[in-house]
Design a binder for this molecule. Structure first.
Ligand SMILES: [Zn+2]
Length: 43
């Protein structure tokens, strides 16, 4: 999952090729990590 670095719009890379933000037209994206919270504590 990627997000636009400018406006934060979620990007869906369906084409597999070049991806552009539909909202602002930016080509810069940041990768989003869905599994951010790791709870490995076992108290
Ligand atoms: Zn954007």
């Amino acid at each position: 999952m990627y997000r636009c670095a400018k406006c934060g719009e979620p990007i869906r890379n369906d084409t597999g090729g070049q991806t552009q933000c539909d909202k602002c037209g930016s080509w810069i994206f940041i990768k989003e990590r869905p599994n951010e919270k790791k709870v490995l504590k076992s108290d």
